[in-house]
Design a protein around this ligand. Structure first.
Ligand SMILES: [Zn+2]
Length: 220
């Protein structure tokens, strides 16, 4: 019995077999959730920065299957329709090529990004401070040996901060844990490592924007 079932499964994937069912849209409950990331920039970012940021954040979230769409918020802009929408306000000048000369010394805890909370609820609005990220990299204790490394370190830091804030807003949680995307504060060593989501984080992100299990049970 097992052999026959296996054989059937194998045959159904062989080319030239029975005609495949016509391709159509996946059932709603099987489609990856769509996420619209609305970007608001204080100043026009360096084009290379924006491209790299989108690429790096997409790579971090790839295991989740989330269907990310980036949009620039501007006058007269009409955003698309998504399962979830997050506004990401990018303050300061976002560029990996900015010179760190003359950056004022960092003060206190140096917040690089934060998410807004209203009446105890995390709302889908996060702020990332591009100037603070530059100050963070200017800290002498980081001992960055080569200035040629700065653009890639800046991009890496930016993608980590954006991914961290997206975790807060998408999971509607203000909690921090000891994982690559939920750790706070970041450590210098974090910039030398690849960012990986944990399996429980991937599972939680896959569930966003879906009806609850109870609601699915009532779909005819
Ligand atoms: Zn946080």
């Amino acid at each position: 019995m097992t052999t026959r079932i296996l054989l059937f499964l194998l045959l159904s994937f062989l080319p030239g077999g029975a005609p495949a069912a016509p391709a159509g849209p996946l059932p709603l409950e099987l489609r990856p959730p769509t996420v619209g990331v609305m970007l608001k920039f204080d100043r026009q970012p360096a084009p290379a920065f924006l491209k790299q940021l989108q690429k790096d954040v997409a790579a971090i979230l790839r295991p989740t299957g989330l269907d990310l769409h980036w949009e620039m918020v501007g006058a007269g802009h009409h955003p698309g329709a998504y399962d979830r929408v997050v506004v990401l306000e990018m303050r300061g000048y976002c560029s990996g090529l900015r010179s760190l000369n003359g950056e004022p010394p960092p003060e206190g805890g140096l917040p690089l990004g934060w998410t807004l909370i209203n009446n105890g609820e995390v709302i889908p609005y996060a702020i990332v401070d591009c100037d603070q990220m530059a100050r963070a990299l200017a800290q002498p204790q980081l001992r960055i040996q080569s200035r040629q490394l700065l653009p890639s370190l800046y991009s890496r830091l930016a993608s980590r901060v954006v991914a961290h804030e997206l975790m807060h807003t998408l999971l509607r949680s203000a909690d921090h844990h000891d994982s690559d995307c939920t750790r706070s504060p970041l450590r210098a060593v974090d910039l030398t490592r690849e960012v990986r989501l944990r399996p429980n984080e991937v599972a939680a992100l896959r569930e966003i924007g879906r009806p609850s299990g109870t609601a699915l049970a009532h779909v005819p």
